[in-house]
Design a binder for this molecule. Structure first.
Ligand code: AKB
Length: 326
């Protein structure tokens, strides 16, 4: 991996992955963006950027050509709840866009990372310690695009030798860029409410477990899988990865250990709840551990400490001890 194109570089994963890869790679890491979501600040200043709309194959090919790209991170997608409102657009980006990326990669010899998701599973999937190879019959458009993406990526690897690789991301939690329209977004929003001293209105019912992951682990997974020795792969698209599974009560308890007067109420969103109910409670990530050495670093309480500390810094909110001294 030398010269990299990130499609969707200003999104939740892309904004952090671009910066991390710029430290990590010897070549150019190109921040691909769409009109209206241009990079700003350090993302703009620290490396090249190019307008790359995933639905426009020519724009992808031009950026690959110009920067001699050998690896594409395809991060363009509509998240699960938004995709239910715009299913046609979700397909156009998730499947039509991926097809463009794969075709350009077949012609120009690029490796491709495309994340899948816990959303690729459905109600008929075993919910606890969901196996690597199991039933994938999702009922959301997001899930349909993810399963299609897994199959299409495996097809391009087998048929054309394109080096496609993928992980099934859980809900991702970070303090840098907000997610937009996912089912797991509550697990980010709850931290914002906690540091601002607001009562959190939780859209997901108590007892609804989903896999989640802190962003530093997710970024490491995205880099490590692209650098792994492919001769050890039995799977490619896509690997279960996991680090923690919790329900709203568990994350609330974790935050209350550090913010004792924090309050949460339930205001369940039926759409997000129905999606969450169809997803696994927890994934079995044994294959990723064996085939490329995946190992998470963060658990819930370590993540909570780091999130609260960094969000307070970002929002200029004093640490509780400092506030007492003021
Ligand atoms: C979503 O909630 O849509 C995403 C995901 C789990 O893929 N965060």
């Amino acid at each position: 991996m030398k010269n990299v194109l990130i499609i969707g570089a200003t999104g939740q994963i892309g904004s952090e992955l671009t910066m991390k890869l710029r430290e990590h790679c010897s070549g150019d890491v190109v921040a691909g963006f769409i009109k209206g979501a241009e990079p700003t600040g350090v993302l703009l200043e620290s490396g090249p950027s190019a307008e790359v709309d995933i639905t426009n194959a020519q724009q992808i090919a031009d950026a690959v050509e110009k920067y001699h790209v050998d690896t594409i991170y395809n991060l363009a997608a509509l998240l699960s709840a938004v995709a239910e409102g715009k299913p046609q657009l979700a397909w156009k980006i998730g499947v039509g866009g991926l097809y463009n990326v794969l075709e350009v990669s077949r012609e120009k010899g690029c490796a491709v990372f495309t994340p899948s998701s816990i959303g690729s599973f459905g109600a008929s999937t075993p919910h606890d310690r969901t196996p690597q190879d199991t039933i994938q019959r999702p009922t959301t458009m997001y899930g349909v695009t993810k399963v299609t993406g897994e199959l299409l990526s495996d097809y391009y690897a087998r048929r054309f030798g394109v080096d496609t690789r993928s992980v099934r991301f859980p809900g991702l939690i970070s303090y840098t860029t907000l997610p937009g329209g996912g089912t797991t977004d509550y697990a980010v929003e709850i931290y914002y409410a906690a540091v601002k001293g607001e009562t959190f209105k939780c859209p997901i019912k108590a007892g609804t477990y989903m896999d989640m992951m802190y962003m530093p682990d997710a970024l490491r997974a995205a880099i490590e899988i692209m650098e792994a020795d492919p001769t050890k792969f039995i799977h490619r698209n896509s690997f279960n990865i996991a680090s923690m599974s919790f329900d709203p009560e568990k994350i609330y308890e974790s935050i209350r250990l550090q913010v004792p007067d924090f309050k949460m109420e339930y205001e369940v969103d039926p759409l997000r709840q129905a999606i969450a109910d169809s997803w696994p409670n927890s994934l079995d990530d044994t294959c990723a551990r064996i085939e490329w050495g995946w190992l998470p670093a963060y658990g819930l309480d370590e993540m909570t400490s780091d999130m609260l500390y960094n969000l307070r810094k970002k929002l200029n909110i004093p640490e509780p001890a400092e506030a007492l001294n003021q």
